[in-house]
Design a protein around this ligand. Structure first.
Ligand SMILES: [Zn+2]
Length: 289
């Protein structure tokens, strides 16, 4: 019996010893330094702003009656795009769908991966009570005091809707939000990455429709058929988002402000956080925690 107790005591002491030694010699894993502190510049360059404003100036207005559309500006817009982004056109394969729909294909390094598709459209809705043929001289003021608003244009427009005016950090015009913004963001992004010698891992496709505001039957639908014929399946598709609407605004029937949470659009983010510190209990916090 005595022997047994001694043995038990000895093993207990050994355990204590091991615990103490382990506690004082425990090494925290070294954290590899990643490039997290790198500053990413998000402010657009003047060149980018000028290219975008130039696109706003082309009045690609959709018409309810497709046959009555003035396609002149659409042709001009397509020319403008290829003149503005020659490198993108050099690196990517391009195609036109139903004359005005535009397709870009950026080949990735790994053809076994499913491609991703980015969408946009470059038609805009008409401006009621505004002479659409008026395109004023360029107003371009980066970081300057605002000019006095031009009063002679339709009430809601401080600057003509096809001026692409850049005033005091704002860009004015039809399509700045819906949806030339996304189109030019994609082109700028690609242009910048191409200049850095970047090639995507998987194939990237861009598709820009020309009649989204009046159903998309001549643009988006035909583009979808094109991809279907190619038997292309995408890993992800990114498109224009929903809106945040107030009562009596865009969606008349709503009674409270409504914002669509575009989960499919936003995707998700998984983070692993590693924190190095002392253990303990919140009831007895150390001086510094
Ligand atoms: Zn739109």
């Amino acid at each position: 019996m005595k022997k047994f107790i001694t043995l038990l005591l000895l093993s207990f002491l050994t355990l204590i010893l091991v615990l103490i030694v382990r506690t004082f010699t425990y090494q925290f894993k070294k954290i590899e330094k990643t490039g997290d502190n790198e500053v990413v510049l998000t402010a657009p360059s003047e060149k980018a702003i000028r290219r975008f404003a130039g696109g706003i100036r082309i009045p690609t207005i959709s018409n309810e009656f497709y046959e009555e559309t003035n396609f002149g500006p659409f042709e001009e817009f397509m020319r403008y795009l290829s003149d503005s982004y020659p490198e993108v056109y050099k690196v990517m394969d391009t195609d036109t769908i139903n004359t005005y729909g535009m397709i870009f294909h950026w080949k990735g390094k790994n053809s076994t991966l499913k491609p991703v598709l980015f969408l946009s459209h470059y038609d805009v809705v008409p401006v009621i009570g505004y002479d659409q043929s008026i395109i004023t001289d360029t107003i371009f003021q980066l970081n300057d005091k605002p000019l006095p608003p031009i009063q002679s244009y339709a009430i809601k427009w401080d600057y003509p809707p096809f001026s692409g005016a850049v005033i005091n950090g704002r860009i004015y015009g039809r399509g700045t939000l819906d949806m030339k913004c996304m189109l030019f963001s994609l082109m700028e992004g690609a242009d910048n990455l191409i200049a850095e010698g970047f090639q995507p891992e998987r194939d990237i496709w861009f598709a820009f429709g020309h009649d989204e505001e009046v159903s998309g039957r001549q643009g988006a639908v035909k583009i979808a058929e094109y991809f279907k014929n190619k038997e292309l399946n995408f890993d992800a598709i990114y498109d224009e988002g929903g809106i945040i609407a107030a009562p009596s605004s865009a969606i008349e029937s709503i009674k409270v402000p409504l914002g669509l949470v575009g989960t499919g659009e936003k995707g998700f983010l998984t983070l692993r956080l590693t924190i190095k510190g002392m253990g303990g209990h919140s009831s007895m916090p150390p001086e510094k925690s």
